[in-house]
Design a protein around this ligand. Structure first.
Ligand code: DX5
Ligand code: ZN
Length: 218
């Protein structure tokens, strides 16, 4: 069973509600929201007010990807705004364990994100605190970049470990996902796939989403 999480970063912001409803109707399982602060990554996008505005628009879980320094200062805001998942970058957290406990205390599902170069050893001691690991298959900051294949062995490594220890942690992939790149990611053990440009840059978003999902399930 694979899940598709369209990233609204590639959507038309002048009609965001419509853009979200369209992918929900097409069978999306989550809505991925990319929060960037211009410090942790070289781009600025959106904050908790966008999460709050979208909350009544969709029944789908809102998957909030924080690409920000000092995420602790904003976790409560995003939880109150209606986030269902909050993921934080290992590279942005000084006290990762504390941050993850903080997310959990707000009642939101917690996840960690690894940049392409970050080894899985950095999260081995927080596996009990998380519901999700998000692997970046591009360097965070922008949509529409090329998929980095060298991340895949890490995905497989963690997936094997999760099975071995019988943990209930989902693996999500973000960056450059399309109907071709999703295939080796599924083989490596991932189950949730973020897709921005591969869905929103197409005129027929529903068809694009269904093609990506079908490729992943084949
Ligand atoms: C990149 C973001 C991604 C981005 C994916 O920093 O985290 O979620 O929107 O966009 P595509 O699918 O176009 O690579
Ligand atoms: Zn993202």
């Amino acid at each position: 069973m694979i899940k598709i999480a369209p990233s609204i970063l590639a959507a038309d912001f002048s009609k965001l509600a419509e853009e979200v409803r369209e992918v929900e109707a097409a069978g999306a399982e989550l809505i991925h929201i990319d929060v960037m602060d211009g410090h942790f990554v070289p781009n600025i996008t959106m904050g908790a007010i966008v999460v709050e505005a979208l909350r009544p628009v969709t029944k789908l879980p809102l998957d909030v990807h924080l690409m920000i320094d000092n995420p602790d200062a904003f976790i409560e805001q995003f939880a109150k705004a209606g986030a269902d998942y909050i993921t934080v970058h290992v590279e942005a957290c000084r006290h990762l364990h504390r941050t993850l406990q903080f997310i959990k205390s707000t009642g939101v599902k917690s996840g960690v994100v690894l940049n392409p170069h970050t080894p899985i050893e950095t999260i081995l001691h927080v596996l009990d605190e998380i519901d999700l690991v998000l692997f970046m298959t591009v360097n965070p900051g922008f949509g529409g970049q090329k998929f980095i294949h060298s991340v895949l062995p890490k995905v497989k490594q963690l997936s094997d470990l999760i099975k071995e220890r019988n943990l209930s942690i989902e693996i999500e992939i973000d960056g450059g996902i399309n109907e071709e790149t999703i295939i080796p990611c599924v083989e490596a053990g991932a189950t949730i796939f973020v897709a921005g440009s591969a869905i929103y840059n197409e005129t027929d978003r529903a068809a694009a989403l269904k093609r990506i999902k079908a490729a992943g399930e084949s």
